[in-house]
Design a binder for this molecule. Sequence first.
Ligand SMILES: C[S@@+](CC[C@H](N)C(=O)[O-])C[C@H]1O[C@@H](n2cnc3c(N)ncnc32)[C@H](O)[C@@H]1O
Length: 316
Amino acid sequence: LPDSPTAWSARLTVPAAAALSFEAVFAGLTDVVSLYEVEETADGVSLTWCVEGLFAAAPPRAEIAARAALAAGAAGIPEPPLAFERVPAKDWLTASVAAFPPLAAGRFYIHGDHVPGPYPAGKLHLRVNAATAFGSGEHASTYGCLLALDRLARRAAVRRGLARAGTPAALDMGCGSGILALAMAKAWRRPVLAADIDPEAVRVAHANARANGVAALVRPVLSDGIGDAALRRGAPYAVIAANILARPLRAMSRGLAGLLAPGGALILAGLLQRQEAMVLTAYRAQGLWLHARILRRPWAILVLRRAAFDRTAALP
Ligand SMILES: C[S@@+](CC[C@H](N)C(=O)[O-])C[C@H]1O[C@@H](n2cnc3c(N)ncnc32)[C@H](O)[C@@H]1O
């Protein structure tokens, strides 16, 4: 739970018919988003809805405003009023902890502290609480990434690549709670670098690495994309997971592809099915090819690979 007695709320007031298209404004920024009616006609027809995100720390105002403007443009309506205010922290995070049931994703079993053991044998346990950083497994794109990691873990070529790679061997870009870094560290027992632009995510990822007994394997760092030198020093990585959003993923295509080892695998998530082509085109231009695709509607999770040897390097 946040130390401060207050939380932050960011509220968009939108026409009822457009409310759903504004939910994505908070995707990846907070797990706690609610939609509710604020105004109706005398005969009960919905007029105005509120789409509200709750944050344990000051929310990224400029990013929320920019995303809201994009959503308004896409819905063909004027930019909606956006209000930020401090609210009593109350029980919203506790409520979301209680609402988070344990989850199985392939070889991984994800549970919060509120779930009493014993936990299923033969699974890799990830202990992650709903908290101030995104990623407790229940979001479809995180879940899809865990399934993709589970499938990659079955492939001998991937295991060989990880064994050959330097230290760290894998990268979790946009780590949030660190859930994917924990999964990689537990599946492969190889060092993983976990990067996030949000200092709170880096703090939570540290705490989760300790709570899961993999602090020696998972190293969280603060980085905007591949900006921090630690990311480039650690390259190339045999596996990279990046669950962010379609546009930042597209913008990072050159940087991320450049960090991937020959024969390496790159998991991309946080994109909607209709954004797949946009993201894929950018990564194909970097020489990667589509290896697998997991759909958790409306989300798509892509697994891309790089050829095991660089043909251009072999040319005279
Ligand atoms: C959707 S969450 C994913 C969290 C976790 N990896 C999971 O799979 O559940 C996206 C994360 O990416 C981070 N992020 C967004 N833009 C970023 C950037 N440019 N560089 C690094 N991290 C970024 C956010 O702070 C957030 O923690």
